[in-house]
Design a protein around this ligand. Structure first.
Ligand SMILES: N[C@@H](CCC(=O)N[C@@H](CS)C(=O)NCC(=O)O)C(=O)O
Length: 219
């Protein structure tokens, strides 16, 4: 039995999607970030910081999306989504897998401010400005890579795409993508992938963001 612990439209989507790309069937246990279920004693035994994703697989429980991604690619190399030691793209693959978290912590800070703070008066405009700018800065290297090739790595689709692809679903809620045509075209390519579509269908309609775009006004 393979079971993914998941909150729709969060980092656990990376694993939901990668499992679909690999054709691996899994049970999906769903949680909400706001109802306390991620802090239950039972869930903290699965994921010690009370975070998703966590994946029960091969008789063990793994947490951290990057670690789960590397594990799945190493234990299921036949799908070709990893770049093993010695591969010419090994370093780039590792860099992008982990770069995804450099981006995602900025997205998480913006989610906290825009989505989870109940009282808008407690938002910090300074923090929002800084974190939005820092998130926009992370897009330039991606735009450069994707202007030169269809996927993050020159040789084609890999788990670097499932790690970063989730971020790029969230980014347009905070940063306008008009100056990033290669990223926009990449999002269209991703959206056409059958495994991505299957993962989105399991995920359900996007309900994480109540607004299409979050923007500071001077008022
Ligand atoms: N570095 C971890 C971060 C996991 C993480 O923070 N996940 C968020 C969802 S995107 C979460 O579970 N948040 C719940 C909370 O903060 O209470 C990973 O990549 O798995």
């Amino acid at each position: 039995m393979i079971r993914l612990h998941h909150v729709p439209f969060t980092r656990s989507f990376r694993i939901l999607w990668l499992l679909q790309e690999m054709g691996i069937e899994s049970e999906v246990a769903r949680y909400s970030i706001t109802d306390g279920s991620l802090r239950s004693e039972a869930f903290l035994k699965i994921s010690p910081a009370g975070r998703v994703p966590a994946l029960e697989i091969d008789g063990q429980v793994l947490f951290e999306s990057g670690a789960i991604t590397e594990y799945l690619c190493e234990t299921r190399p036949e799908h070709g989504f990893g770049r093993p030691p010695g591969h010419p793209e090994r370093v780039a693959w590792l860099e992008w897998i982990h770069y995804a978290e450099t981006m995602a912590h900025l997205i998480a800070n913006l989610n906290l401010q825009w989505v989870f703070l109940r009282d808008p008066a407690t938002r910090s405009p300074v923090l929002l400005k800084i974190e939005t700018k820092r998130l926009a800065l992370t897009l330039a290297p991606l735009e450069r890579a994707l202007a030169a090739q269809d996927h993050i790595l020159p040789s084609g689709f890999s788990a670097a795409d499932t790690m970063l692809g989730y971020n790029l679903l969230a980014v347009p809620h905070f940063v306008r993508l008009d100056p990033y045509p290669a990223i926009r075209a990449y999002l269209d390519r991703i959206a056409a992938r059958p495994a991505y579509r299957a993962a989105r269908a399991i995920d359900g309609p996007q309900r994480f963001y109540a607004q299409d775009f979050y923007e500071l006004t001077d008022a």
